[in-house]
Design a protein around this ligand. Structure first.
Ligand code: GLA
Length: 390
């Protein structure tokens, strides 16, 4: 089956399952992808630059509006069963499991003044959960795209980005930035999304690894992470402290040339956190210039430098991510780094097609030797952002 036929079959099966569960056909099916970040980590909440892309794995939500305020939610995975909530009585805090993502979106829309009636929703997703590929934002972006259309709210993409961030920050309780939902909402086939997180200006940058004889491998270490835990928040707090001491609105306003002076003003730990952000913003811009001028085969050293900075200065890597990165590099990848928030999740390895199998085998072998869970390894390509698919 080719990809389109498979996607059609999945959408058809989802619509059938929806009808069997809720007794009527959905009003439509909306899909939104997960993402990998090529480079630019933890720069988003510092009003800096990121370069993610939407991947060819996505969440699909079949939705039918109701005439009362009841929300009924079911997913094709997990064991949560049918969940029910009242659209008129949502509050942040007590909600558990995947349903906090759609309910958080409803709550954020209401905070913005959008009236959201009850609805039935069936979720299906092939974005791996907990792998650092933004499975939660894929759900949120599919839901907000569906509700924006069905309620006639007329939100811009910038507003949808901010509202899903508000859902994550205030309803889910994860103090994350705007990178993931921007990639999911604004992704385009064959392109990475170069985003200025200060004003949401976007440029699409061609990223056609295959044309350069390369693949982008994702190595899911199976080490689970949560951005609602302390590590992410403490990095964010260090960045805010650094900006305050340096007298800037955000670390985006600090240049590499300012680092010498900054080292005299900051404590050692805060300085290293700041140095990661400042040099990472610079690497994102270099990666964009290099991709445009020379193509993907030339960004390897920037990926490596980004990983070293996250490992040593920002300290968000972990032994499994380092093992994945080091092994991939030693067996033929031209650049590799952890991707996403860190403390687990996935690494990416830009690899010549001729070395792909060798890298896969070496990483699986290294994890087995170290007594670790077998990682999942797969390729991703830049795909379209959120859209209605039926
Ligand atoms: C997570 C967050 C993003 C971003 C990355 C790190 O994915 O959701 O907002 O901060 O971590 O770059």
């Amino acid at each position: 089956m080719n990809t389109t036929t498979r996607a059609d079959a999945q959408t058809g099966a989802q619509a059938d399952r929806f009808k069997a569960t809720f007794g009527a056909a959905p009003h439509g099916v909306w899909a939104a992808p997960g993402r990998v970040n090529l480079i630019g980590e933890h720069t988003d909440y510092n009003e800096g630059f990121v370069l993610p892309f939407a991947i060819d794995k996505r969440a699909r939500t079949a939705v039918r509006l109701r005439s009362d305020s009841t929300i009924r939610l079911l997913s094709t995975f997990g064991d949560q069963g049918l969940a029910e909530a009242d659209a008129a009585a949502l509050t942040p805090g007590p909600v558990k499991g995947w349903v906090k993502y759609p309910l958080g979106v409803v709550w954020a829309l209401q905070q913005h003044g959008v009236e959201v009636p009850g609805f039935d929703l069936l979720l299906d997703s092939d974005v791996p959960l907990g792998a650092g590929l933004s499975s939660s934002h894929a759900i949120e972006c599919a839901v907000i795209t569906a509700l924006n259309e069905l309620t006639g709210a007329g939100l811009s993409v910038e507003e949808m980005v901010r509202l899903t961030q508000h859902a994550e920050n205030a309803f889910v309780g994860a103090p994350t930035g705007i990178m993931d939902q921007s990639a999911s909402l604004r992704g385009a086939r064959g392109h990475a999304v170069f985003l200025d997180c200060r004003d949401q200006a976007v440029e699409l940058v061609p990223f056609e690894a295959q044309e350069a004889g390369l693949v982008l491998l994702v190595i899911d270490t199976k080490v689970s992470h949560s951005h609602a835990d302390g590590g992410y928040a403490s990095r964010r707090a260090s960045c805010e402290l650094g900006a305050q001491v340096l007298g800037v609105k955000a670390l985006r306003d600090v240049a590499v040339a300012d680092l010498d002076e900054a080292s005299g003003l900051l404590d050692e730990l805060t300085f290293r956190r700041v140095r990661h952000i400042v040099t990472e913003n610079d690497r994102v811009r270099q990666a964009v210039d290099t991709l445009r001028a020379q193509g993907p085969a030339h960004i390897g050293s920037l990926l490596d430098a980004s990983h070293a900075s996250m490992r040593d200065d920002f300290e968000i890597s972990c032994p499994e991510l380092d093992l994945a990165v080091d092994t991939a590099r030693a067996h033929g990848a031209i650049g590799a780094r952890m991707t996403g928030g860190g403390f687990g999740g996935s690494a990416i390895a830009l690899t010549p097609v001729a070395q792909e199998q060798q890298v896969r085998d070496a990483v699986v072998h290294a994890f087995a030797e170290a007594g670790l869970t077998r990682p999942d390894i797969f390729t991703v390509t830049p795909a379209a952002g959120a859209e209605r698919i039926s």
